[in-house]
Write a protein that binds this ligand. Sequence first.
Ligand code: NI
Length: 179
Amino acid sequence: MAIRKVAVMGHPILRQVAKPIAEADIGKPEIQTLIKDMVATMFEYDGRGLAAPQIHESVQLVVMLWDFEPDTKAQIRVLINPTIENLTEETASCWEGCLSLPGLRGKVTRSTKISVKAWDQTGEKVEFVAEGFAATVVQHECDHLLGKLYVDRIKDLSEFGFSRECTQFLTGGDTVDSE
Ligand code: NI
């Protein structure tokens, strides 16, 4: 297990479409080590989620914290080759952050309820519904696998800035991170 260097905006790997992982490869040591490295890196940098391209591995793999209740121990979800489908027309805006854009925040509008299909770290097929903040994180991380960053989705660049100033002037103290 190792803490890996995080690629920041401007590095071309963040703009590539990540390759799917073959189902037969999920149990192999390279992928299992990559998952462990991603979890360690996410915790080290206090992220809520991390996509493999952010540590210079252009494959369709995401790790994220699933349970955001402050008094519960967060669960980790691993998503391999995830696909998402909108379950509602309803959208909500969230002040997002990203380990690849350190120190910045931007207001992004996304679907509030999605269906997610993926493989987990054991090679099991999983399907679940994500709502609210979890839906935001999944969509943010899946964007990384398509070479997209949250800045691409900011409609009004006056709602983009440094974290401290966003908290002080724009969000009314109500920052929400998703990485
Ligand atoms: Ni991110």
